[in-house]
Design a protein around this ligand. Structure first.
Ligand code: NAP
Length: 281
């Protein structure tokens, strides 16, 4: 039987229609002022430039505005912190996105943590992570939060299931694991020092690939009937998981492209709308 396709692209499109209405209501209630997302791009990495552009376009599609901050490659931590503080103080800016990764000379963690918690709509601060981990109100890190939203939209049962997350980065694997734990899954986190990865993956009812290496996770490691989430995206449309062979054996899977990617951007703009609504209320 064919696996269910967890179609992030169409879910994001549907949510955008609802978000447009919420933005219209916000404008009416706020003298015509739309919510604003500030995007900060440091340096000239073409992939980062494309991601930022896609995020700005998504804002535009739902009637939001964006402030595009572009800083040169040689920007220092102090200069970036000054820009973030300026945006923190701007009452018309509701959310701040600092595009990861920043150039090596910058202390990225210090800059993420300088973002005001109320404007941390990409869910990158330690404070936001801690609150999310404790099941308190917080904007979740956009990619794992987007994954949780797609699993929920397709009624994928998580409680009591064994979820295996491959990757433990601060913006993806680690928050993903905590979100699944909060949803009552039993969670195994794998990383570069994990031993016998295939046997751990074989136990997964829910598998999340967040490794950053094209088709690193092999189809033969995945048990029949698993729900497979591929967060990876590489040139040529490959993910982190070898997806083609499992389209007949899995219960469900996120395609690449069109699965996790659109939900990440959608979650960012959703959380920015939520921040604007919170401010207005
Ligand atoms: P990252 O920071 O490079 O983290 C990669 C993780 O994979 C690390 O935790 C690393 O372990 C682990 N890893 C590396 N080699 C491994 C191995 N041989 N066995 C097991 N684990 C291994 O990457 P990331 O930012 O989390 O991104 C992961 C993937 O998601 C990438 O493909 C990226 O393009 C994609 N992504 C997609 C979106 C989206 O919107 N669709 C957003 C963000 C990222 P250690 O911690 O031990 O080094």
């Amino acid at each position: 039987m064919s696996a269910l396709i967890l179609d992030g692209k169409s879910l994001a499109k549907k949510t955008e229609a609802e978000l447009s209405q919420r933005v219209t209501a916000l404008k009416l209630a706020n003298n015509g002022q739309a919510p604003i997302l500030a995007t900060i791009l440091v340096g000239s990495d073409p992939a980062s430039g494309t991601y930022v552009k896609m995020k700005q376009n998504a804002c535009q599609r739902i009637g939001m505005e964006s402030i595009a901050v572009e800083l040169p490659e040689e920007t220092t931590t102090e200069q970036l912190l000054a820009k973030i503080n300026e945006l923190n103080a701007n009452p018309n800016c509701h959310g701040i996105l600092l595009q990861h990764p920043v150039p090596a000379q910058i202390d990225e963690r210090a800059c993420f943590d300088a973002i005001d918690a109320e404007k941390d709509v990409d869910g990158v601060t330690c404070l936001g992570f801690g609150r999310m981990a404790m099941n308190e109100l917080a904007y979740g890190s956009a990619t794992p939060q987007g994954i949780m939203r797609i699993l929920e939209a397709y009624n994928i049962e998580l409680s009591g299931k064994h979820a295996v997350v491959v990757g433990r980065s601060p913006i993806l694997g680690k928050p993903m694991a905590l979100m699944l734990l909060n949803a009552n899954a039993t969670v195994t986190i794998c990383h570069s020092r994990t031993q016998d990865l295939p046997s751990l993956i074989k136990q997964a009812d829910i598998l999340v690939g967040a490794v950053g290496r094209p088709e690193f996770i092999k189809a033969e490691w995945i048990k029949d009937g698993a729900v497979v989430v591929d967060a990876g995206y590489h040139p040529g449309g490959l993910g982190d998981i070898e997806l083609a062979p499992i389209t007949q054996t899995a219960t469900a899977y996120t395609p690449v492209p069109g699965g996790v990617g659109p939900m990440t951007i959608n979650t960012l703009i959703l959380q920015c709308v939520m921040a604007a609504e919170k401010k207005l209320s």
